[in-house]
Design a protein around this ligand. Structure first.
Ligand SMILES: Cc1cc2nc3c(=O)[nH]c(=O)nc-3n(C[C@H](O)[C@H](O)[C@H](O)COP(=O)(O)OP(=O)(O)OC[C@H]3O[C@@H](n4cnc5c(N)ncnc54)[C@H](O)[C@@H]3O)c2cc1C
Length: 590
C-alpha cells in the first residue's frame, strides 16, 4: 500500500510534526533493522518498533498512544544510527510517551513507575550506556563513540579516571559484578585514537553572539563544546600555559595519558573553539573589557587551585610544599626534585596522587599521615591499595603538632594522636590526645589537606555575589548569578567533586547561555528527573568481569607511564556481552 501525506489524520499529522525527525518517519520501508537490533525487542517479541512506526504512518493515533508497547522503549539508543532511512526511533518513542501522558491515555501518576536503565539515570551526564555497550557487542565502535560524544566530550578521559557512579547501580552487580562501563568507554576512545580519525560533532547553523568562558577545566571546556555545537563563537581564557584544568595539572600522567587529554581538547579546538592560555581573568581581562570586545554571555569555571594550610608551627619552612603545587610543577615542568624521605600529610585521593607522584620523582621512602582511621579515610579503596602496593606506609589517626627545623629547612614533623575526627553530628572536629606523640624525619613534606577557590578572579567582576568559598549561584540548576548573562559552575561553585560532574555543570551552563541569548525561559523544564529501574535479575548465568591489564608494580614505581593498559577488542566484546540490557522495560523518555 502506498501512503501519501493526505492519508494521515490531520491532527495527528500536526502533532507528529513536533517530534524530532518526524519528517523522516514516512520514509520507513519497514525493513526491520530497528527491530532486529533492539535489545527490548530481542527479549520481548511483542515489542516491535517497526510496527509502531507503521501505525504512526497509518495515522492510528488511538492505537499508538494507548499501546502498552510504546512504554517498552528504554531509550538505550542501540538503534541510533542503525536506520538506513535515518528515523530517530528513541526520540520518537519519547515524544509518543509524553503525548500519551498529556492526552490522558495513561493516568497522570503513570510516569511515576517509568524509568530508564539505572546506569544512564545515575551518570551525571546521562550517557546512553546500554546503547554504546550494545554497539560494542555488534562491533559498531565508531557509532558507540559518537553516542557518548552526544552527551559529553571526554570519553577517553572519563574512561580512565571517572569515579563511575553508573557501575554502583548496574543491575548486573546483583548477579556477580557490575559491568566495567568506565573501561568500555575507554576502549572506544582508544580505538579512535589508534585509528587516527577523530569524530568531530556536527555544528549547527553559525550564530553571531560571542561567548567568553573563563577557565579551561572540564566545566569550561564542556560548556565551550556544547555551545560550539550550537554554532556560537566561543573563546576560552585560561590562566595556565596549558588547557585541561586539573585534568592537565592535577591528575597525574600515570593515571591519565596526556595524549588522550590533548586529543580530546584538540577536537574542541577543531570545532572552532579558541583557547587562549596564559590569560588571567581579573588581571589581564575583566568582564568590562570582554563586553567591550563584543562578548554577550559569560561562563566562569575557575576551579579550586589554592591549597589549604594547616596553621601549625613551622609550616612555612623550606622543604614544605603544597601537594597541588607539586603536582602542577611535575605536570608543567616534567621533573621536580624532592627529598629522598618524603611525608605526605592528608588521607584523600589527592594525597595518594601526591604520594605516588613523589615516588616517581625521586623519593626513596614515602609515608602518608592522616587524621582518619583506615576505615574513615576519604580516599577510595582502590587508590589506597595502589599506594600500599607501591610500598607507601600509611600512618592513620595522627595530626601534625609542629614542624621541626634544621637551619631554615624542615628536618622532622611531630604528630599528636588523633582520637576522633568527626563529632556526633558528623561535622569535622578533630580531637587529640597530646600525651601520645610521634616524630618522623623528613627532607620534604607535602601538604594535601584540601583545596579552595583562588578568589582573585573576582577582581574581574566586582559586582558578582561571592562567598568566602567561591562565586555564588542564584539558581543551582540554571547556574545563573546576580549578573544577567553571567553563569558560574564547576568545582569553584559547588566544592571539590569530579570531572564528570564538572562536565555536567558545563553542559547545563551551555543550555542556559543558549536560552539566555535567544531570550527564552532559562529555567523551563529543568531539572529533568531521572529514575533508574531496579531489576531483581533471576536465573542469569554468572560471567566473570574482564580484568584490565596493568603494569607491574616494579615498572609503575619509577615511571609516569600509564599504569592501566586498556581492554583488548576481545575483552571489550566479552565484557559488553555481560550487559543485562533490559534494565527497565518502561521509560518516561528523554
Ligand atoms: C590531584 C587531583 C586528582 C583528581 N583526580 C580525579 C579523578 O581521578 N577523577 C575525577 O573525576 N576527578 C578527579 N579530580 C577532581 C577533578 O579534577 C575536578 O573536580 C575537576 O577538574 C573540576 O573541574 P573545573 O572545570 O570545575 O575546574 P578545574 O579543572 O580546576 O579548572 C579550572 C581552570 O580555571 C583556571 N583558572 C583559575 N583562575 C583563573 C583566572 N582567574 N583566569 C583564567 N583561568 C583561571 C585554572 O587554571 C583551571 O585551568 C582530581 C583533582 C585533583 C586536584
Amino acid at each position: 500500500m502506498t501512503i501519501s501525506s493526505n492519508d494521515l489524520d490531520p491532527k495527528f499529522k500536526f502533532e507528529i510534526a513536533n517530534i524530532p525527525g518526524s519528517e523522516l518517519i514516512k520514509r520507513c520501508f519497514t525493513c526491520g533493522t530497528c527491530t532486529a537490533i533492539c535489545p527490548v525487542s530481542n527479549t520481548f517479541a511483542e515489542y516491535d518498533p517497526r510496527k509502531i512506526i507503521h501505525m504512526i504512518i497509518l495515522g492510528l493515533k488511538d492505537r499508538v498512544l494507548s499501546s502498552e508497547n510504546i512504554w517498552q522503549c528504554s531509550h538505550c539508543e542501540t538503534c541510533k544510527f542503525s536506520c538506513p532511512q535515518g528515523v530517530q526511533l528513541s526520540e520518537i518513542m519519547g515524544a509518543l510517551q509524553n503525548m500519551a501522558v498529556r492526552d490522558k491515555y495513561v493516568t497522570p501518576d503513570a510516569f511515576e513507575k517509568f524509568g530508564t536503565a539505572p546506569c544512564k539515570a545515575t551518570c551525571p551526564v546521562h550517557i546512553s550506556i546500554q546503547g554504546f555497550i550494545g554497539m560494542i557487542t555488534e562491533g559498531r565502535y565508531k557509532e558507540g563513540l559518537r553516542l557518548i560524544k552526544e552527551t559529553m566530550p571526554f570519553p577517553g578521559i572519563c574512561g580512565r579516571i571517572c569515579h563511575h557512579p553508573c557501575e554502583m547501580k548496574c543491575n548486573r552487580g546483583k548477579v556477580d559484578e557490575p559491568l566495567a562501563i568506565e573501561y568500555l568507554k575507554r576502549f572506544l576512545a582508544d580505538r579512535e585514537l589508534e585509528e587516527g580519525i577523530r569524530y568531530i560533532p556536527e555544528i549547527e547553523e553559525k550564530k553571531d553572539e560571542k561567548i567568553a568562558v573563563i577557565g579551561a577545566g572540564p566545566a569550561g571546556l564542556s560548556a565551550a563544546y556544547f555551545l560550539a555545537i550550537k554554532g556560537y563563537p566561543v573563546t576560552v581564557f585560561e590562566r595556565l600555559p596549558v588547557a585541561g584544568g586539573m585534568m592537565a595539572v592535577g591528575i597525574p600522567e600515570y593515571r591519565l595519558s596526556r595524549d588522550i587529554l590533548r586529543e580530546e581538547i584538540k577536537t574542541i579546538v577543531d570545532m572552532g573553539v579558541e583557547i587562549k592560555t596564559g590569560v588571567t581573568f581579573g588581571k589581564d581581562i575583566t568582564i568590562e573589557s570582554l563586553k567591550k570586545d563584543g562578548y554577550k554571555a559569560f561562563f566562569i569555571a575557575v576551579g579550586l587551585h589554592v591549597s589549604r594550610g594547616l596553621n601549625v608551627e613551622g609550616e612555612n619552612l623550606d622543604g614544605i610544599i603544597h601537594g597541588i603545587n607539586f603536582l602542577r610543577d611535575v605536570s608543567l615542568k616534567g621533573n621536580v626534585t624532592i627529598g629522598e624521605r618524603t611525608i605526605v600529610i592528608g588521607g584523600g585521593n589527592v594525597a595518594i596522587d601526591v604520594a605516588l607522584t613523589a615516588l616517581r620523582s625521586g623519593a626513596k621512602e614515602v609515608e602518608m599521615v592522616c587524621l582518619e582511621s583506615r576505615e574513615e579515610m576519604p580516599a577510595w579503596e582502590d587508590e589506597i591499595k595502589d599506594a600500599l602496593d607501591e610500598g607507601i606506609k600509611i600512618n592513620n589517626s595522627w595530626g601534625p603538632k609542629r614542624f621541626i627545623k634544621e637551619n631554615r629547612k624542615v628536618k622532622s614533623v611531630e604528630f599528636k594522636r588523633c582520637t576522633e575526627v568527626f563529632d556526633t553530628e558528623g561535622r569535622f572536629n578533630p580531637q587529640y590526645d597530646e600525651s601520645e606523640l610521634m616524630t618522623l624525619e623528613a627532607d620534604t613534606v607535602l601538604l594535601s589537606i584540601g583545596q579552595a577557590c583562588d578568589m582573585s578572579f573576582a577582581k574581574g567582576v566586582p559586582d558578582l555575589d561571592v562567598s568566602p568559598r567561591g562565586p555564588s549561584v542564584k539558581d543551582p540548576i540554571t547556574l545563573e548569578t546576580n549578573i544577567p548573562g553571567l553563569f558560574v559552575g564547576g568545582d569553584a561553585s559547588y566544592g571539590p567533586r569530579s570531572v564528570v560532574e564538572a562536565v555536567a555543570s558545563g553542559k547545563e551552563a551551555a543550555i542556559s547561555i543558549d536560552r539566555y541569548l535567544k531570550g527564552e525561559d532559562i529555567g523551563a523544564d529543568r531539572p529533568l528527573e531521572w529514575k533508574g529501574i531496579e531489576l531483581e535479575p533471576q536465573d542469569v548465568e554468572h560471567l566473570d568481569r574482564q580484568q584490565m591489564q596493568r603494569l607491574s608494580i616494579a615498572r609503575r614505581k619509577n615511571s609516569f607511564e600509564e599504569m592501566d593498559l586498556g581492554f583488548s577488542e576481545q575483552q571489550a566484546r566479552l565484557e559488553a556481552g555481560r550487559c543485562l540490557k533490559i534494565c527497565g522495560t518502561q521509560n518516561r523518555g528523554r
